[in-house]
Design a protein around this ligand. Structure first.
Ligand code: ATR
Length: 289
């Protein structure tokens, strides 16, 4: 008798959620790795009982879920166990429905680091480098957490609303990293000696104003934009023109999905150029419609 193969079912939960690219990514991996599984979308309204929704999914045979706006905090509160990254951020983006408990993780920081190192072609000497991070929302928090985990020498953090940056900057307390809050108006000068610039603001996104920053002070290194619509933001075009390494936001989106898929299936998928192209084609087709 053939041994029945596990049928992995997973989904992304959010509201609204129609435009998620996560099904494209995970279903690509299921088919590429020959793993029997399917990933779909669940629109769950903000006022729902999130834990009850997770338990209902488990009853349906789901192994896990990704979680996005507005449920990341509810996911954190619903988990019986969270990893140190989720604990530090207070938000969960990946749920594993284990037989006896709900496990929550946050993979955004890992996704950021993997994308950065992929773009650079190597792991940099974090201990001796300085990074400038623009913005102080949820994405910035995950990225700063990840940079602190590398033991990075210095982070300069700037945000239009300085208070939010100051609040986020407290994450660096009791770490070996020097974290400096810079006024938003002083962002150009704060690039002096920085090897990495990360834009976590929504500036540069289609329909938004471009990010106004001069890269003149940055002589070497990488510019990473978490915005991926458009793929080539004005910031990344400037970076390329200045001879810097430009890393688009698709990399982080792809790489944050890797640990989730691995958690559910115990198979580590790869971010290939074919998968990347698959997503680029999807983004372009949306532009046309
Ligand atoms: P996320 O959780 O996805 O990071 P968010 O919390 O809405 O999103 O954060 C968006 C970031 O973009 C914030 O740092 C925001 O700055 P404020 O904290 O001052 O709001 C930044 N941002 C949005 N529009 C901006 C603008 N026009 N100029 C400068 N920063 C802007």
């Amino acid at each position: 008798m053939p041994i029945p193969r596990q049928n992995y079912r997973a989904c992304v939960i959010g509201w609204p959620i129609n435009h998620s690219r996560s099904p494209l990514i995970h279903n690509h991996w299921f088919s590429e790795l020959g793993v029997n599984g399917h990933y779909d979308i669940r629109a769950i309204p903000p006022e729902s009982d999130f834990k009850a929704a997770l338990l209902a999914l488990k009853d349906e045979g789901y192994i896990g879920a990704n979680v996005t706006i507005p449920h990341k905090q509810a996911a954190f509160n619903s988990a019986d166990e969270v990893d140190h990254r989720a604990a530090r951020l207070g938000v969960v983006n990946t749920i594993y429905l284990a037989p006896d408990r709900i496990i929550g993780r946050n993979t955004d920081g890992e996704g950021f680091l993997a994308s950065y190192e992929e773009g650079l072609g190597r792991a940099p000497d974090y201990g001796n480098m300085s990074a400038l991070v623009l913005g102080a929302g949820g994405a910035s928090r995950a990225i700063i957490g990840a940079l602190l985990d590398t033991g990075i020498g210095e982070i300069r953090l700037t945000n239009r609303t300085r208070d939010r940056a100051e609040d986020l900057g407290r994450m660096a307390a009791n770490t070996q990293t020097r974290l400096e809050i810079v006024d938003w108006v002083a962002r150009d000068d704060a690039l002096d000696g920085a090897a990495l610039l990360v834009n976590t603001t929504s500036l540069g996104m289609t329909g938004q104003a471009p990010l106004d920053i001069s890269l003149d002070r940055m002589t070497a290194g990488a510019v990473l934009d978490i915005v991926y619509t458009p793929l080539e933001t004005p910031l990344l075009a400037d970076a390329r023109a200045a001879g810097l390494t430009a890393i688009d936001g698709l990399g982080m989106l792809l790489h944050q999905a890797v640990p989730a898929f691995e958690l559910w299936t115990a198979r580590r998928p790869r971010v290939t150029s074919e998968l990347r192209q698959h997503l680029v084609d999807d983004l372009n087709s949306e532009k046309e419609t």
